[in-house]
Design a protein around this ligand. Structure first.
Ligand SMILES: Nc1ncnc2c1ncn2[C@@H]1O[C@H](COP(=O)(O)OP(=O)(O)OP(=O)(O)O)[C@@H](O)[C@H]1O
Ligand SMILES: [Mg+2]
Length: 268
Protein backbone atom coordinates (compact mmCIF):
# COMPACT_ATOMS: atom_id res chain seq x y z
CA UNK A 1 0.00 0.00 0.00
CA UNK A 2 1.30 3.46 -0.84
CA UNK A 3 1.32 6.00 1.90
CA UNK A 4 -1.24 8.75 2.28
CA UNK A 5 0.26 12.16 1.49
CA UNK A 6 -2.76 14.41 1.75
CA UNK A 7 -5.62 14.25 4.24
CA UNK A 8 -8.65 16.48 4.00
CA UNK A 9 -10.63 16.36 7.23
CA UNK A 10 -14.10 17.78 7.84
CA UNK A 11 -13.35 20.65 5.50
CA UNK A 12 -15.95 23.40 5.33
CA UNK A 13 -15.95 26.78 3.65
CA UNK A 14 -18.71 29.29 4.16
CA UNK A 15 -18.58 32.49 2.13
CA UNK A 16 -20.32 35.48 3.62
CA UNK A 17 -21.56 38.00 1.12
CA UNK A 18 -23.28 41.34 1.52
CA UNK A 19 -22.36 43.99 4.06
CA UNK A 20 -25.47 44.49 6.10
CA UNK A 21 -27.71 41.50 5.70
CA UNK A 22 -25.05 38.87 5.30
CA UNK A 23 -25.92 35.88 3.23
CA UNK A 24 -24.03 32.66 3.79
CA UNK A 25 -23.04 30.32 1.01
CA UNK A 26 -21.82 26.93 2.13
CA UNK A 27 -19.46 26.24 -0.75
CA UNK A 28 -17.80 23.19 0.81
CA UNK A 29 -19.73 21.23 3.38
CA UNK A 30 -17.76 18.94 5.67
CA UNK A 31 -15.82 16.90 3.13
CA UNK A 32 -13.29 14.17 3.86
CA UNK A 33 -10.88 12.40 1.57
CA UNK A 34 -7.23 11.52 1.20
CA UNK A 35 -4.71 11.10 -1.58
CA UNK A 36 -2.00 8.47 -1.67
CA UNK A 37 1.45 8.73 -3.18
CA UNK A 38 1.24 8.37 -6.95
CA UNK A 39 -2.53 8.30 -6.91
CA UNK A 40 -4.71 10.32 -9.29
CA UNK A 41 -8.12 11.25 -7.97
CA UNK A 42 -10.76 13.34 -9.66
CA UNK A 43 -13.22 15.74 -8.12
CA UNK A 44 -16.17 15.79 -10.45
CA UNK A 45 -19.21 18.00 -10.12
CA UNK A 46 -21.38 20.61 -11.75
CA UNK A 47 -20.63 24.30 -11.76
CA UNK A 48 -20.82 25.76 -8.26
CA UNK A 49 -20.43 22.43 -6.46
CA UNK A 50 -17.34 23.66 -4.59
CA UNK A 51 -14.47 22.15 -6.57
CA UNK A 52 -12.37 25.27 -7.05
CA UNK A 53 -12.97 26.33 -3.46
CA UNK A 54 -11.61 22.95 -2.33
CA UNK A 55 -8.61 23.33 -4.66
CA UNK A 56 -7.80 26.82 -3.39
CA UNK A 57 -7.93 25.69 0.20
CA UNK A 58 -5.59 22.77 -0.46
CA UNK A 59 -3.22 25.10 -2.31
CA UNK A 60 -3.28 27.28 0.79
CA UNK A 61 -4.66 30.25 -1.10
CA UNK A 62 -7.87 30.31 0.91
CA UNK A 63 -8.52 29.69 4.58
CA UNK A 64 -11.21 27.12 5.40
CA UNK A 65 -14.03 28.04 7.79
CA UNK A 66 -13.36 24.81 9.64
CA UNK A 67 -11.58 21.51 9.18
CA UNK A 68 -8.01 20.65 8.32
CA UNK A 69 -5.72 19.83 5.46
CA UNK A 70 -2.69 17.73 6.32
CA UNK A 71 0.22 17.25 3.95
CA UNK A 72 2.61 14.53 5.08
CA UNK A 73 0.99 14.85 8.49
CA UNK A 74 1.58 18.63 8.71
CA UNK A 75 -1.43 20.89 9.11
CA UNK A 76 -1.05 23.43 6.31
CA UNK A 77 -2.47 26.28 8.39
CA UNK A 78 -1.17 25.44 11.84
CA UNK A 79 2.28 24.13 10.95
CA UNK A 80 3.22 26.33 7.99
CA UNK A 81 3.85 29.82 9.27
CA UNK A 82 6.54 31.67 7.42
CA UNK A 83 7.59 32.39 3.87
CA UNK A 84 10.20 29.64 3.87
CA UNK A 85 7.73 26.97 4.98
CA UNK A 86 5.20 28.22 2.46
CA UNK A 87 7.80 27.94 -0.30
CA UNK A 88 8.45 24.38 0.81
CA UNK A 89 4.72 23.69 0.63
CA UNK A 90 4.28 25.14 -2.86
CA UNK A 91 7.32 23.24 -4.05
CA UNK A 92 5.51 20.08 -2.91
CA UNK A 93 1.92 20.99 -3.72
CA UNK A 94 1.36 23.03 -6.85
CA UNK A 95 -1.43 23.74 -9.31
CA UNK A 96 -2.44 24.03 -12.93
CA UNK A 97 -5.49 26.18 -13.55
CA UNK A 98 -8.51 26.50 -15.70
CA UNK A 99 -7.67 29.49 -17.79
CA UNK A 100 -4.32 29.73 -19.51
CA UNK A 101 -5.03 33.34 -20.48
CA UNK A 102 -5.25 34.63 -16.94
CA UNK A 103 -2.30 32.52 -15.79
CA UNK A 104 0.16 34.59 -17.83
CA UNK A 105 1.11 38.21 -17.91
CA UNK A 106 1.17 38.95 -21.66
CA UNK A 107 4.31 41.07 -21.40
CA UNK A 108 6.40 38.20 -19.99
CA UNK A 109 8.37 35.82 -22.15
CA UNK A 110 8.12 32.08 -21.54
CA UNK A 111 11.78 32.21 -20.44
CA UNK A 112 10.87 34.76 -17.77
CA UNK A 113 7.79 32.81 -16.66
CA UNK A 114 9.76 29.58 -16.31
CA UNK A 115 12.76 31.21 -14.60
CA UNK A 116 10.47 32.73 -12.00
CA UNK A 117 9.52 29.23 -10.82
CA UNK A 118 13.01 28.87 -9.37
CA UNK A 119 11.83 31.18 -6.58
CA UNK A 120 10.34 28.05 -5.08
CA UNK A 121 13.66 26.23 -5.10
CA UNK A 122 15.87 26.27 -2.05
CA UNK A 123 19.10 25.41 -3.77
CA UNK A 124 21.22 28.00 -5.56
CA UNK A 125 21.71 27.36 -9.26
CA UNK A 126 23.49 29.21 -11.99
CA UNK A 127 21.64 30.59 -14.99
CA UNK A 128 22.83 27.89 -17.42
CA UNK A 129 21.68 25.09 -15.15
CA UNK A 130 18.28 26.71 -14.82
CA UNK A 131 17.92 27.15 -18.56
CA UNK A 132 18.89 23.59 -19.28
CA UNK A 133 16.33 22.36 -16.72
CA UNK A 134 13.70 24.60 -18.33
CA UNK A 135 14.50 23.24 -21.78
CA UNK A 136 14.22 19.72 -20.47
CA UNK A 137 10.79 20.44 -18.95
CA UNK A 138 9.53 22.06 -22.16
CA UNK A 139 10.67 19.02 -24.14
CA UNK A 140 8.85 16.71 -21.73
CA UNK A 141 5.56 18.31 -22.73
CA UNK A 142 6.32 18.21 -26.44
CA UNK A 143 7.41 21.81 -26.98
CA UNK A 144 10.52 22.90 -28.85
CA UNK A 145 12.38 25.15 -26.38
CA UNK A 146 14.30 27.17 -28.96
CA UNK A 147 11.04 28.07 -30.67
CA UNK A 148 9.14 29.35 -27.69
CA UNK A 149 11.53 30.53 -24.97
CA UNK A 150 11.54 34.10 -26.19
CA UNK A 151 7.92 34.26 -27.21
CA UNK A 152 5.25 35.91 -25.12
CA UNK A 153 2.15 34.00 -24.07
CA UNK A 154 -0.13 35.76 -26.57
CA UNK A 155 2.07 34.51 -29.39
CA UNK A 156 1.25 30.90 -28.50
CA UNK A 157 -1.86 28.85 -29.21
CA UNK A 158 -4.14 27.89 -26.33
CA UNK A 159 -2.82 24.34 -26.46
CA UNK A 160 0.81 25.53 -26.31
CA UNK A 161 0.04 27.82 -23.42
CA UNK A 162 -1.52 24.95 -21.54
CA UNK A 163 1.58 22.85 -22.24
CA UNK A 164 3.76 25.61 -20.81
CA UNK A 165 1.68 25.46 -17.62
CA UNK A 166 2.23 21.73 -17.43
CA UNK A 167 5.94 22.20 -18.20
CA UNK A 168 6.15 24.30 -15.04
CA UNK A 169 4.94 21.27 -13.12
CA UNK A 170 7.59 19.08 -14.79
CA UNK A 171 10.15 21.68 -13.68
CA UNK A 172 8.98 21.94 -10.09
CA UNK A 173 8.17 18.23 -9.74
CA UNK A 174 5.81 18.65 -6.81
CA UNK A 175 4.58 15.62 -4.90
CA UNK A 176 0.98 16.65 -5.51
CA UNK A 177 -0.54 18.57 -8.39
CA UNK A 178 -3.97 20.11 -8.31
CA UNK A 179 -5.25 20.57 -11.82
CA UNK A 180 -8.44 22.62 -11.97
CA UNK A 181 -10.10 22.13 -15.37
CA UNK A 182 -6.68 22.15 -17.03
CA UNK A 183 -8.08 21.21 -20.41
CA UNK A 184 -11.25 23.26 -20.53
CA UNK A 185 -9.97 25.63 -23.22
CA UNK A 186 -8.71 22.87 -25.46
CA UNK A 187 -10.38 20.90 -28.24
CA UNK A 188 -11.18 17.23 -27.73
CA UNK A 189 -8.25 15.63 -29.55
CA UNK A 190 -5.64 17.84 -27.90
CA UNK A 191 -7.32 17.24 -24.58
CA UNK A 192 -6.39 13.58 -24.50
CA UNK A 193 -2.77 14.35 -25.32
CA UNK A 194 -2.67 16.79 -22.39
CA UNK A 195 -4.19 14.17 -20.12
CA UNK A 196 -1.45 11.82 -21.26
CA UNK A 197 1.08 14.35 -19.94
CA UNK A 198 -0.50 14.08 -16.52
CA UNK A 199 -0.17 10.30 -16.71
CA UNK A 200 3.46 10.69 -17.77
CA UNK A 201 4.07 12.94 -14.77
CA UNK A 202 2.77 10.21 -12.49
CA UNK A 203 4.74 7.47 -14.22
CA UNK A 204 8.02 9.39 -14.17
CA UNK A 205 7.86 11.10 -10.78
CA UNK A 206 5.03 9.34 -8.90
CA UNK A 207 3.25 12.68 -8.74
CA UNK A 208 -0.11 12.43 -6.99
CA UNK A 209 -2.86 14.42 -8.61
CA UNK A 210 -6.21 15.94 -7.84
CA UNK A 211 -7.89 16.44 -11.15
CA UNK A 212 -10.90 18.76 -11.17
CA UNK A 213 -13.51 18.65 -13.88
CA UNK A 214 -17.23 18.74 -14.55
CA UNK A 215 -16.70 16.03 -17.18
CA UNK A 216 -17.05 12.56 -15.74
CA UNK A 217 -15.73 11.08 -18.97
CA UNK A 218 -12.45 12.97 -18.66
CA UNK A 219 -12.17 11.91 -15.05
CA UNK A 220 -12.36 8.25 -15.95
CA UNK A 221 -9.48 8.60 -18.40
CA UNK A 222 -6.73 9.19 -15.84
CA UNK A 223 -8.15 8.59 -12.39
CA UNK A 224 -7.64 5.79 -9.94
CA UNK A 225 -10.54 7.08 -7.92
CA UNK A 226 -13.38 9.50 -8.57
CA UNK A 227 -15.14 11.65 -5.99
CA UNK A 228 -18.43 13.13 -7.07
CA UNK A 229 -19.22 16.53 -5.55
CA UNK A 230 -22.70 17.92 -5.37
CA UNK A 231 -23.67 21.12 -3.58
CA UNK A 232 -20.51 21.19 -1.48
CA UNK A 233 -20.62 17.56 -0.43
CA UNK A 234 -18.95 14.41 -1.67
CA UNK A 235 -21.94 12.28 -2.57
CA UNK A 236 -20.18 9.31 -4.12
CA UNK A 237 -16.73 7.81 -4.35
CA UNK A 238 -15.32 4.89 -6.29
CA UNK A 239 -13.03 3.62 -9.04
CA UNK A 240 -13.96 4.70 -12.58
CA UNK A 241 -15.29 1.21 -13.14
CA UNK A 242 -17.54 1.35 -10.09
CA UNK A 243 -18.81 4.83 -10.86
CA UNK A 244 -19.57 4.04 -14.48
CA UNK A 245 -21.19 0.68 -13.90
CA UNK A 246 -22.83 1.04 -10.51
CA UNK A 247 -23.54 4.69 -9.80
CA UNK A 248 -25.60 5.01 -6.65
CA UNK A 249 -26.34 8.73 -6.28
CA UNK A 250 -29.00 10.20 -8.62
CA UNK A 251 -26.66 13.06 -9.47
CA UNK A 252 -23.93 10.63 -10.59
CA UNK A 253 -26.49 8.90 -12.79
CA UNK A 254 -27.35 12.24 -14.34
CA UNK A 255 -23.68 13.00 -14.96
CA UNK A 256 -23.24 9.60 -16.55
CA UNK A 257 -25.77 10.34 -19.24
CA UNK A 258 -23.38 12.89 -20.66
CA UNK A 259 -20.32 10.66 -20.79
CA UNK A 260 -19.36 10.17 -24.42
CA UNK A 261 -18.66 6.61 -25.42
CA UNK A 262 -15.13 7.72 -26.28
CA UNK A 263 -14.23 6.89 -22.70
CA UNK A 264 -15.90 3.56 -22.74
CA UNK A 265 -12.85 1.51 -21.81
CA UNK A 266 -14.30 1.05 -18.34
CA UNK A 267 -17.79 0.05 -19.36
CA UNK A 268 -18.34 -3.66 -18.97
N1 LIG B 1 -15.05 34.43 -3.43
C1 LIG B 1 -16.31 34.01 -3.31
N2 LIG B 1 -17.23 34.72 -2.61
C2 LIG B 1 -18.49 34.29 -2.46
N3 LIG B 1 -18.96 33.14 -2.98
C3 LIG B 1 -18.11 32.38 -3.68
C4 LIG B 1 -16.75 32.77 -3.90
N4 LIG B 1 -16.13 31.81 -4.65
C5 LIG B 1 -17.08 30.87 -4.89
N5 LIG B 1 -18.26 31.20 -4.32
C6 LIG B 1 -19.51 30.40 -4.35
O1 LIG B 1 -19.22 29.12 -3.79
C7 LIG B 1 -19.84 28.08 -4.51
C8 LIG B 1 -18.80 27.10 -5.02
O2 LIG B 1 -17.96 27.74 -5.98
P1 LIG B 1 -16.72 27.03 -6.69
O3 LIG B 1 -16.03 28.05 -7.49
O4 LIG B 1 -15.93 26.34 -5.64
O5 LIG B 1 -17.45 25.96 -7.61
P2 LIG B 1 -16.87 25.03 -8.77
O6 LIG B 1 -17.33 23.66 -8.47
O7 LIG B 1 -15.42 25.23 -8.93
O8 LIG B 1 -17.64 25.57 -10.06
P3 LIG B 1 -17.13 25.66 -11.62
O9 LIG B 1 -17.31 24.28 -12.18
O10 LIG B 1 -18.12 26.62 -12.23
O11 LIG B 1 -15.74 26.15 -11.65
C9 LIG B 1 -20.65 28.77 -5.60
O12 LIG B 1 -21.96 28.92 -5.15
C10 LIG B 1 -19.98 30.12 -5.77
O13 LIG B 1 -20.90 31.07 -6.19
MG1 LIG C 1 -14.22 25.90 -10.57
Amino acid sequence: MSKVILEVKNLTKVYRIGLIRQKEIVAVNNINFNVKEGEIISLVGESGSGKTTTARIILRLLRPTSGNVLFNGKDIWRDIRNRKELKWYWRNVNGVFQDPYSSFNPTHTIRFVMLRKFNLFDEEMDYDTKISMIKEALKEVGLIPEEILDKRSFELSGGMRQRVLIAQIFLIRPKLVIADEPTSMIDATLRLSLLDLFLKLRDEFKTSQIFITHDLGLATYTSDRILVMYKGKIVEEGTPEEILNKPSHPYTKKLLESVPKLYSKWFT
